[in-house]
Design a protein around this ligand. Structure first.
Ligand code: UDP
Ligand code: MG
Length: 326
């Protein structure tokens, strides 16, 4: 008999949850040899998600929930679920049915029979997505796989099932700024990729705006690479060399031909270019410093307000052991 914990981050998913629950239950019935538990993480929803979860988990033995005191983001929700998980296999999937549960039996087989450590979904096509968004998305994966030390698979999704040892490895990464896609790939292990089509949401709407996607991309790059710092160093070095060469040229020219007044446009250009580069470098530096700042504060990743998981059932980690008891 295998055990499987499925983590479901939920933020304002009151409409999608009942649909999700019945779809998943149907699939779980097909898993004869596996005891499954659903761990819902309510990420500070402002709608009725929590009451829907209370009702669902109260009437089903194989479901439980954790509820945050406010919205801490999907990364924090996944972390809480991973910490609460105790099973041999642990999965993560979205509550909006964009991650089709029908893939679960096949994914489980990859772990239990084929010797893989991770079974993960990968988006092959981007049909149904805005051109601009998929363009930026592709550019992001191209950049990040070039410059970072975690080789992130293009189109990799959070939808996955992992063995216990992989979850333990992920939980050993203590950083505050969690870019899960990077952490998942950074820990390594043998992964089997499943092509997975982009489906429309069952209900409700996406929580991602263009700005939040941009800041997610910056997070990914800054958390897993120091290349931007090196690039700004290189730009600075090139500018300095050009500047010194130009100064020498002017000195020599002045010595030979004497001084002349013109040169105003080139001065303005130089000031603008150098000024821009300085600000850009400061901005890049700032991104790293702000992360160091958040990291040294050692704040908990999330605060649990309410849960029906007993602390003895789950290893909550230092963040929330006392919150869960209270
Ligand atoms: N989610 C969350 N906290 C957030 C935003 C989203 O737990 O702050 C959950 C959400 O309920 C869903 C999953 O993360 O189950 C993916 O979110 P969404 O569908 O909005 O993202 P998309 O599928 O558009 O990338
Ligand atoms: Mg979604």
């Amino acid at each position: 008999m295998h055990t499987l914990d499925l983590i479901v981050p939920c933020y304002n998913e009151e409409e999608a949850l009942p649909l999700f629950f019945s779809a998943v239950q149907d699939v779980l019935l097909q898993l004869a040899n596996t005891k499954t538990r659903l761990i819902f993480v309510d990420d500070g929803s402002t709608d009725n998600t929590l009451s829907v979860l209370r009702a669902l988990c109260g009437s089903h033995e194989n479901a439980c929930y954790i509820s945050f005191s406010r919205n801490f983001g999907k990364e924090a929700a996944m972390l809480a679920g991973l910490r609460a998980s105790t099973a041999e296999f642990v999965g993560i999937l979205d509550a909006d049915l964009q991650h089709s549960p029908q893939l679960l039996p096949e994914m489980l087989r990859a772990l239990s029979e084929e010797g893989y450590d991770i079974a993960a979904a990968r988006r092959e096509t981007r049909t149904g997505e805005a051109k601009l968004k998929s363009g930026f998305s592709k550019l992001f994966y191209k950049i990040i796989s070039r410059i970072s030390d975690a080789d992130i698979e293009a189109g990799a999704q959070d939808y996955r099932i992992m063995k216990r040892k992989v979850v333990n490895a992920i939980l050993q990464v203590p950083e505050y700024n969690r870019f899960s896609k990077g952490i998942f790939s950074w820990v390594g292990f043998k992964t089997k990729w499943f092509p997975h089509e982009n489906r429309a949401r069952a209900a409700g709407k996406t929580k991602w705006s263009f700005w939040s996607l941009f800041s997610y991309a910056v997070d990914g790059i800054v958390n897993f690479s120091t290349a931007p710092l090196k690039i700004s160093l290189l730009c600075g070095a090139i500018c300095s060399v050009v500047g010194i060469a130009y100064a020498l040229y002017i000195i020599v020219r002045t010595l030979i031909y004497g001084s002349d007044v013109p040169g105003y446009p080139s001065t303005i250009c130089a000031i603008l270019i150098i000024g821009g580069l300085i600000l850009l470098s400061l901005g890049i530096l700032g991104e790293y410093i702000s992360r160091i700042y958040m990291e040294v504060k050692r704040r908990p990743h999330y605060i649990i307000d309410e849960t029906d998981i007993l602390p003895k059932d789950a290893e909550f980690g230092e963040d929330n052991a006392s919150a869960a008891r209270g």
